[in-house]
Design a protein around this ligand. Structure first.
Ligand SMILES: NC(=O)C1=CN([C@@H]2O[C@H](COP(=O)(O)OP(=O)(O)OC[C@H]3O[C@@H](n4cnc5c(N)ncnc54)[C@H](OP(=O)(O)O)[C@@H]3O)[C@@H](O)[C@H]2O)C=CC1
Ligand SMILES: CC(=O)N[C@@H](CCC(=O)OP(=O)(O)O)C(=O)O
Length: 342
């Protein structure tokens, strides 16, 4: 029998942390040695916070305290951080110093350029060396085994997971007209904003609405991933979980005016993702209910003449956060990438 891998989950009282606990609890080679909420909160059974977990998961969520850091080296192999960005930026370096492997679900280590942190995240980053050392862990695109040995695994944002998976095969193929910027519009369920109460996400206030147009922090993350400028319009939808992202690109005509046909474009996606267990290539656009509560990203490609639309759908709390983190954990530790996820 394989030895149990000891893990902590910080942010376990939040949406993505609780989703992580639920998955990790059924991982045959993992023991959740600690699950934490913010300092100053009270210890609580996770199924008191999330009654749907009753009968499925018994786990105490304890208040975090920074003095626990010194116990990390002896207590755990890995720590999952499902925390606000700045809290991750502070804690990850301390946990790495203790020799733990860190899986960070926040944006604290996603960007290459440290100067973008004040602008897009509202804080000064004090560990630029970790931005270079972190692996940007999008398993279907970053497939080098060595990347998953890095002690710091930085998980992509939910919108960038959907939009990067949608666009990468085409943009990398050289078949697109580079004079036309790709356009991405994406609608997210309200759980994308986390569990903490806020007026904008309260029941009577939520109504389909674009926000942070061209200024969202995922704009820069997407441009970094796809190595081009693009237009990104996120929208809040009045449903709980899931994202549908619609990406639009234009194909380039060759010198004789010929344009690649649908079969050529579909073959690119088949080649990139046909063997990827967390991606489902669909012949119809997915609806939210097809992907909610699943670890999949569903992709649909339509081509008419030079016009291409790629539609990606995923659960923001799973393929956009917790199940992707477990996929990455599995890759780091030599398990099947979908262990505990199917
Ligand atoms: N929601 C989503 O769809 C996605 C979220 N993410 C990222 O994952 C992270 C967590 O998001 P989400 O689950 O939505 O957030 P939530 O607001 O639902 O949960 C945040 C968690 O962090 C805890 N916490 C807050 N501040 C601190 C602190 N200073 N020290 C220790 N614990 C703290 C909270 O504890 P308490 O309950 O006591 O307040 C809670 O457990 C964020 O970085 C987010 O950007 C990434 C992809 C998708
Ligand atoms: C609906 C909603 O509010 N969504 C969040 C994105 C959540 C996410 O995945 O991104 P991070 O990990 O970068 O926070 C937002 O727009 O801020």
């Amino acid at each position: 029998m394989q030895q149990s891998h000891q893990v902590w989950v910080l942010g376990a009282s939040g949406y993505s942390g609780a989703a992580l606990c639920r998955i990790l609890a059924r991982h045959p080679s993992v023991n959740i040695a600690g699950a934490f909420s913010s300092a100053g909160s009270s210890p609580v059974e996770i199924n008191k916070l999330y009654p749907e977990l009753s009968g499925q998961l018994e786990l105490m969520v304890e208040p975090w305290c920074d003095s626990l850091i010194t116990e990390a080296a002896s207590a755990v192999d890995s720590v999952f951080l499902a925390l606000p960005h700045e809290a991750s930026a502070f804690l990850a370096p301390l946990l790495l110093q203790q020799g733990c492997r860190v899986y960070d679900l926040s944006g604290a280590f996603r960007l290459d350029d440290v100067n973008n942190y004040p602008l897009y995240y509202g804080f000064e980053h004090t560990h630029p060396e970790l931005l270079a050392a972190a692996n940007y862990a999008l398993p279907e695109l970053n497939q080098s085994n060595a990347a998953y040995d890095a002690p710091l695994q930085s998980l992509p944002g939910c919108y960038p997971t959907a939009a990067t998976l949608a666009l990468a095969p085409l943009l990398q193929s050289g078949l697109c007209d580079s004079a036309q910027m790709p356009v991405v519009t994406a609608v997210s369920g309200v759980s994308g904003a986390g569990r903490k109460a806020s007026l904008t996400t309260s029941f009577c206030e939520v109504s389909l609405q674009p926000y942070a147009v061209l200024t969202h922090r995922h704009q820069i993350e997407l441009e970094q991933n796809l190595k081009c400028e693009l237009i990104f319009v996120p929208q809040l939808g009045n449903f709980k979980r899931g994202i549908v992202a619609t990406a639009v690109v234009t194909l380039k005509a060759d010198a004789d005016g010929r344009v690649p046909d649908k079969a050529v474009v579909e073959a690119l996606y088949q080649q990139a993702y046909g063997h990827q267990p967390a991606i489902r290539l669909r012949d119809q656009p997915a609806k939210i209910d097809d992907v909610a509560h699943t670890p999949f990203c569903d992709l649909y490609v339509q081509v008419v003449g030079r016009k291409v639309v790629i539609i990606a759908a995923l659960d923001n709390l799973l393929k956009g956060a917790a199940s992707q983190a477990v996929q990455v954990f599995n890759l780091s530790n030599g398990f099947d990438s979908m262990e505990a996820l199917l």
